[in-house]
Design a binder for this molecule. Structure first.
Ligand SMILES: NC(=O)c1ccc[n+]([C@@H]2O[C@H](COP(=O)([O-])OP(=O)(O)OC[C@H]3O[C@@H](n4cnc5c(N)ncnc54)[C@H](OP(=O)(O)O)[C@@H]3O)[C@@H](O)[C@H]2O)c1
Length: 246
């Protein structure tokens, strides 16, 4: 395992699902971890306790990713608390489904705000507090490359934006040895996409490996990309999808 002792991290949307697995993994490797959430205070507090009991350090910050000033403030609070931010994981995201004739303007604006605008805002603020050699990771989706269903166009649009943003950002931040990478999961068992949910059978039919992924598997890739062995990887979008796009 890679040691992240002495590193400070911020994970957006870290109270549940993939984000919570990332918080636990980074903390278990010695990083001090702040994470945001918008509603699930109980889960957030439980996660802070869980990390503390394991001897780690985690801080929960209530900040709705749809509110750009709140996102900026959460980044500032993290930097104030830890003195810096070495690792930013842009994980917070929602799924809005609906075909082009159904999707409502308000839903379109909300998903853009959470899945795209907040990634820009958190990144722009974090780089002011990030030492050279830092790490920026986005949790995108395999759907930036493959959207085999009706009704997923807008979700795919948001994750496609993250795919492209990753490349440009890697150029902007390369001179500071800050790497920027985009992790693109396939189906992962969370509240947003339960392995027992109505889409599960269709998903499995499209995959090389006939199972959902686990948050811990995504967290393992985050840990690798945040660590010293990954210092030469930047601008990459990496699939971790059970062969969904194969
Ligand atoms: N699960 C999958 O199959 C899958 C596949 C590919 C990509 N992804 C991506 O992985 C990321 C995490 O997904 P997940 O499945 O873990 O989702 P999830 O189970 O719904 O968890 C989402 C996390 O983000 C937080 N969050 C949601 N809306 C937020 C907001 N407006 N502001 C701040 N935090 C917010 C939630 O906390 P609160 O409820 O308290 O806000 C929760 O901690 C997303 O970007 C998603 O697009 C997921």
């Amino acid at each position: 395992m890679v040691s992240l002792t002495g590193k400070a991290a911020l994970v957006t949307g870290g109270s549940r699902g993939i984000g919570a697995a990332i918080v636990l993994r980074l903390a278990s490797e010695g990083a001090s971890v702040a994470f945001t959430y918008s509603a699930s205070s109980e889960q957030a507090n439980r996660l802070v306790d869980q990390v503390a009991k394991a001897g780690g350090k985690a801080v929960a910050i209530k900040a709705d990713a749809a509110d750009q000033e709140a996102v900026r403030e959460a980044v500032r609070q993290t930097a104030k608390h830890f003195g810096k931010i070495d690792i930013l994981v842009n994980n917070a995201g929602i799924i809005v489904l609906g075909s082009i004739t159904e999707i409502q303007e308000a839903d379109f604006q909300r998903i853009l705000s959470i899945n795209v605008h907040s990634v820009f805002t958190a990144t722009q603020e974090a780089v002011h507090h990030m030492p050279d050699g830092g790490r920026i990771l986005h949790i995108g989706s395999v759907n930036s490359e493959r959207m085999p269903f009706v009704g997923g166009s807008v979700y795919a649009l948001t994750k496609g934006a993250i795919f492209s943003f990753t490349k440009g950002l890697a150029r902007d931040l390369g001179p500071r040895n800050i790497t920027v990478n985009n992790i693109q999961p396939g189906p992962v068992d969370t509240d947003a996409n339960p392995a027992s949910g109505p889409f599960a059978e269709t998903m499995l039919g499209l995959m090389a490996l006939k199972r959902y992924g686990k948050g811990e598997e995504i967290a393992g890739l985050v840990s690798y990309l945040a660590g010293p062995e990954a210092a030469y990887i930047t601008g990459a979008s990496i699939l971790i999808d059970g062969g969904f796009a194969a």
